[in-house]
Design a protein around this ligand. Structure first.
Ligand code: SF4
Length: 141
């Protein structure tokens, strides 16, 4: 009977419907984090500038063996090229912020260089590093 307790109001039939979004509407969120790849030569050039800045900023020097320095530069550049991030080339990339090292990494700067004279990869060294084992110059010497 119209108006009775069993009557359903028009609003009951106007719940918002879930309309599937067209695929094109999803594209920005799917692609927004994907950085365009830089070519390897560009990454190499930029990485050479980057490692020089790290050395200057933290008062370090490169490894006394230039082959080690060059190998690490190439690894950093390759990670920049492949992942858009200069992950440490001496560890397998896990894509986990909690474990991946991004250069220059905190363990390298805060622990390894003061303790060992060099970061794990060896590219960044304390000024008084001459090779392994590290023999820090005596204080005041
Ligand atoms: S150990 Fe750290 S500072 Fe050294 S190359 Fe790897 S990420 Fe860079």
């Amino acid at each position: 009977m119209p108006g009775g307790p069993g009557r359903r109001e028009a609003a009951d039939f106007e719940r918002p419907r879930r309309v599937p979004e067209p695929a094109s509407a999803l594209e920005p969120s799917v692609t927004k984090d994907v950085k365009p790849k830089k070519d390897l030569e560009t990454c190499l050039e930029q990485t050479r500038g980057f490692v020089q800045k790290v050395v200057d900023r933290f008062g370090l020097k490169f490894h006394p063996d230039p082959e080690i320095t060059e190998t690490v530069i190439q690894g950093l550049a390759r990670n920049q090229h492949e992942h858009g991030v200069r992950y440490c080339p001496c560890f397998v990339v896990q894509f986990d912020k909690a474990v991946d090292r991004v250069c220059p990494c905190k363990p390298g700067l805060n622990e390894e260089i003061p303790r060992d004279g060099r970061c794990h990869c060896g590219i960044f060294c304390a000024q008084d590093y001459t090779g392994d084992p590290y023999q820090p110059a005596a204080a005041g010497a």
